[in-house]
Write a protein that binds this ligand. Sequence first.
Ligand code: ASP
Ligand code: MG
Length: 411
Amino acid sequence: MALVVQKFGGTSVGSVERIRNVAKRVAKTYDAGNDVIVVVSAMSGETNKLVALANEVTEFPDTREYDVLVSSGEQVTVALLAMCLKSMGYKAKSYIGHQISILTDSSFSKARIKKINDKKIRQDLNDRTIIIAAGFQGVDGDGNITTLGRGGSDTSGVALAAALKADVCEIFTDVDGVYTTDPNICETARKIDRISYDEMLELASLGAKVLQIRSVQFAKKFNVDVHVRSSFNDNPGTLVTKEDKEMESILVSGITYAKDETKIAVMRVPDKPGIAAKILSPLSAANISVDMILQNVSEDGFTDFTFTVTKADFKKALMITKEAAAEIHARDVLTDDNISKVSVVGLGMRSHAGVATRMFETLAKEGINIQMISTSEIKVSVVIDAKYTELAVRVLHDEFELSGKEVTVER
Ligand code: ASP
Ligand code: MG
């Protein structure tokens, strides 16, 4: 008998009929003798609706109240799924974040899980009750409702699996697993069978929306094997797991793109120590993370300082940047949201040079201009004009032969 955590995303619980299907799958796992903890998201589109309501009320919604609001979508699905299982004759019980409790810090809308109190759910599990836990939410030390950031139910799932030392952690979604790139824009995209935590972290942070980044960090930290698979069939999906030799022999494992960033350029700032800090520290103080950063060589003691933030943070970031720009007497603040970030990711890059060059040459052949570049040990990202995103992804997918057999590096 195993302890199985099964997390179902918004599309998997998007209608009553789909909730019934989830209930059947859960029941099957339970009937096989396993203890089951189910984690669910809100019905697809619901969280977006709630966010839109908040934004309709005010331009900058209070974050405490924002969390009270947006966490409500998951309360609906846990109740519906628990009802459904009970009507099928199973022992099941819904739990929302603070009932478990999933203790987080107090950074509303982006809270981090600190501790999970598993006493109550352990008791229920011992009693062979199916636990239906609300994803995405927790409670801070003062009893305030918190949420874990968009896509946070994945993290709830992995965190529960880690805390309860589950034998299996399955993340059910609307795709068959993690792909070499987005199958919607590249027909030859292929499902990856196994991928390391670090590659998955890069893929997740670079725009592959299958898993929330924090869930992968959690999985890595606590060594949870995460099986990402479809809720609509029984096919094996992608196993996100510890890296091994075989994985490192693959040069590039995926190409991703993200269109959710905006470029902010502070024009003509004095090129002297402390300027980057002056621009960036008020942003980090406001909990806004900056992704790519570019500073040009200076001409006559002045330079341009460019960076990207997510579209969600953009309005606030622009306001803050304009204040900082005025303080340092910059000439202007320009923005461009017609950009996208395209990246290649692979463990093999650690030991093999030349991936960046191949990437730049491939883009150059298509006449695609590179606006910004950033790299890490296992990825290279470029910012390009958004209208070339699909083209860039396709040519890079071909260049690194991701559709066919894996390109393995020579040793
Ligand atoms: N319902 C939340 C969202 O849409 C959390 C999740 O689905 O993981 O972001
Ligand atoms: Mg999700």
